[in-house]
Design a protein around this ligand. Structure first.
Ligand code: BES
Ligand code: ZN
Ligand code: ZN
Length: 479
């Protein structure tokens, strides 16, 4: 879709008036656009809407209520309302009421863009994919310049969200580690950050043995991305981001049941979110140094696959007993975490991963699990999630859970001896490779990345995490 922001418009086909404050509607504005001066039965409550035909100009006017003080989830409501009206959309104008501010403009722009988002489609018959072109223009009555900036910022975010949703929704016969490398190269070029790709030979040379062990059963070789953004000013902090990039997770020899295995094309959602976050940081020129490390592999079944019971080495030099080849995410993250600590010494280090089914058992589809020893970091991340409506719930990391990960034959094993607290024991495994980093956080997004939705028949990517991490970086920048 094209979305432009203007202060005036001639002869619109239809007008959408978004009324922000219940009971305090701008009567003059409404009568001007609707052509009706009498009181109309509309209060501006959340999700309230009213369609009027202008008596003289015959133009369609739709009033949409946003209620009092809409919260951080406004973009979701806007997305839903406009998605439902998508088929009958003939207007090219969105007109705000009198009470708009930058936050509202941001959220409305984001929601509207998401409503008209193209679906990821490999249909040969293009008329069937519903991806028609839509024009929308915003007209502002007040605060124009600041609001326009805010709208432009939301558009930038949306473009990155749409792109990473496409990656996540793309099937794994197309989306190989090499595919993600190519996409990251395009992103780096477009946003102006640097990229280095370690291929299989380089992984062997540098000793990323845990990543190699996960990828060795696939025809599509593993790879490791090193993305670096350096601002033109002296950075206030160095931030390390890590994202799980399993392009398909069969479970390996500990193979998953076939029902819904196809959903495992989304097992690179952590990687997608972190690539998106560094792209946005670079595009918006945040005054932070950012390193994103993305381990990429396909966890597949083959004569070369790692077996349950195998003992493998890792970048840290520590040995790992692979009890279950389906607990592969923590293996590739282990190498990325030690690589980050050893070579980059970041002030703050955050990893994001579709790591465990157990976090879905714990939190369902409403929040991601947050694991960190650092209270300040926890609060900053939770607060950023509150601002973007991407909920985080803090989980414990007590050492009581550690003993379950001890192995008889190796330094650590990749699966707990007990079938309980799976997301916590996974986090304890990761902690082992952070070398005691005091500002490390792990975010388990298994329930949030690929979700049932009103917009698709099957599950689709949500882009969870990219806005959250970007907002966290932006908040750090303004400190
Ligand atoms: N990719 C999965 C986790 C997952 C589950 C993501 C559901 C999205 C939705 C991960 O690699 C995995 O297979 N985890 C296992 C761990 C187990 C073997 C300890 C799980 O959660 O069952
Ligand atoms: Zn797995
Ligand atoms: Zn996985």
């Amino acid at each position: 879709m094209t979305l432009t922001f203007q202060k005036t418009i001639q002869n619109p086909a239809a007008v959408y008036v978004l009324c922000t404050e219940e009971g305090k509607l701008d009567k003059k504005l409404i009568s001007e656009w609707t052509g009706i001066s009498a009181d109309i039965p509309f209060e501006g409550k959340t999700k309230e809407s009213l369609r009027i035909i202008h008596p003289v100009e015959k133009r369609e006017v739709v009033l949409i209520g946003l209620g009092n003080n809409p919260g951080a989830n406004l973009w979701r409501d806007i997305r839903s309302v406009f998605y439902k009206n998508k088929a009958s959309w003939k207007g090219d104008v969105i007109l705000f009421g009198d009470h708009l501010n930058e936050n509202l403009v941001f959220q409305i722009t984001l929601g509207l863009s998401l409503a008209f988002k193209n679906t990821t489609s490999f249909k040969v018959d293009k008329t069937q994919n519903g991806n028609g072109h839509v024009d929308a223009h915003f007209i502002f009555q007040t605060n124009s310049d600041l609001c326009i900036q805010s709208g432009e910022k939301a558009k930038k975010l949306f473009q990155v969200q749409e792109k990473i949703m496409t990656w996540i929704d793309t099937p794994s016969n197309i989306k190989t580690p090499a595919f993600i490398c190519q996409e990251a190269e395009k992103s780096a070029l477009e946003a102006g950050y640097s990229i280095k790709i370690l291929n299989k030979e380089e992984l062997k040379k540098q000793g990323l043995y845990a990543l190699l062990a996960v990828g060795q059963g696939s025809i599509n070789d593993p790879a490791f991305l090193i993305l670096e953004y350096k601002p033109s000013v002296t950075p206030s902090k160095k931030i390390g981001l890590i994202g799980k990039g399993v392009t398909f997770d069969t479970g390996g020899l500990s193979i998953k049941p076939s029902a819904n295995m196809g959903y495992m094309k989304s097992d690179m959602s952590g990687a997608a979110a972190m690539i998106g976050a560094i792209e946005l940081a670079a595009k918006n020129k945040l005054p932070l140094e950012i390193v994103a490390l993305i381990p990429l592999a396909e966890n597949s079944v083959d004569a070369h696959s790692t077996r349950p019971g195998d003992v493998i080495s890792s970048y840290s030099g520590k040995s790992i007993e692979v009890i279950d080849t389906d607990a592969e995410g923590r293996l590739i993250l282990a190498d990325a975490l030690s690589y980050m600590v050893k070579n980059y010494h970041p002030d703050i280090m955050i990893d994001m991963a579709t790591l465990t089914g157990n976090i879905v058992q714990s939190l369902g589809y409403f929040a991601a699990g947050l694991f960190t020893h650092n209270d300040e970091l926890a609060n900053q991340l939770i607060q950023s999630g509150e601002q973007t409506d991407e909920k985080l719930w803090r989980m414990p990391l007590w050492d009581d859970y550690k003993t379950d990960m001890l192995s008889d034959v190796a330094d650590i094993k990749n699966l707990s001896s007990k079938p309980v607290a799976g997301s916590i024991t996974a986090a304890k495994f990761l902690e082992y490779f952070t070398e005691g980093h005091t500002q490390w956080a792990h975010i388990d997004i298994a329930g949030m990345a690929f979700v049932d939705s009103e917009f698709t028949k099957m599950r689709m990517a949500s882009a969870y995490g990219v806005h959250l991490i970007y907002r966290f970086l932006e908040n750090l920048s303004s400190k």
